[in-house]
Design a protein. Structure first.
Length: 219
């Protein structure tokens, strides 16, 4: 079965994420800005880049290489059109949950709401493999709601089709998994959102050398 993200128009995704009921687009942009400000990386990779939300915060006098990965080629084309002015822009069409990624590592990997869709098996392995020793990994996870709702109400049927492709990830379990790889949590924050939802963001310091053949993960 084709990945449901391939049938979600970018305009519908962005309208849904910026709607009054959801209001996640600006929050994710702000969290990316916070991460970039704290880490000040020379290079950054954004997993599940969609339309490039947050890239406007990149200071090209500091960050000279920007790598975007997404499985929807139409999203990547939109990023190319919107942010062609960014120096060192690289865009790669890849399914992070299925394919092994081999790219020149970066100082910061930013993974916002990607593990909920792609899981923490191959996707997490890819994220870890893309970071230079001593670099950083920033993760944004959606927090559970009292109602148990995961995907917010939307007038777009394409968005509702994502419900079966979305699973909340425990921040505690993710921290434990990354600690097992030698990653150290150096900053965390939460942000409340409408309808009782919220985000948790953690920034991790990557060990100076990744353990060989490290495949620790959880489902």
């Amino acid at each position: 079965m084709p990945n449901p993200w391939l049938s979600v128009p970018l305009s519908e995704y962005e309208q849904h994420m910026s709607s009054v009921e959801v209001q996640q687009l600006d929050a994710l942009s702000d969290l990316f800005a916070e991460t970039m400000g704290r880490c000040r990386p020379l290079s950054v990779a954004v997993l599940g880049i969609a339309g490039g939300n947050g890239l406007a915060h990149i200071d090209s006098t500091i960050t000279a290489r920007v790598v975007g990965l997404d499985l929807n080629p139409r999203y990547l084309e939109a990023v190319r059109e919107r942010y062609s002015h960014l120096p060192g822009l690289e865009l790669h069409c890849v399914d992070l949950s299925q394919q092994h990624v081999e790219l020149e590592p970066v100082q910061l990997v930013h993974a916002a709401l990607i593990f909920e869709h792609a899981g923490t098996g191959r996707c997490l392995d890819n994220a870890v493999s893309m970071i230079v020793p001593g670099g950083n990994l920033s993760v944004v996870l959606q927090l559970p709601t009292e109602s148990g709702q995961t995907v917010g109400a939307s007038p777009f049927s394409s968005i509702q089709h994502l419900k079966s492709h979305f699973s909340l990830i425990s921040s505690a379990r993710l921290r434990k998994s990354l600690a097992g790889r030698g990653f150290r949590l150096i900053h965390q924050t939460t942000r409340a959102l409408p309808a009782g939802t919220g985000f948790w963001m953690g920034i991790f310091c990557v060990p100076e050398a990744h353990a060989e053949n490290e495949t620790a993960s959880y489902t």
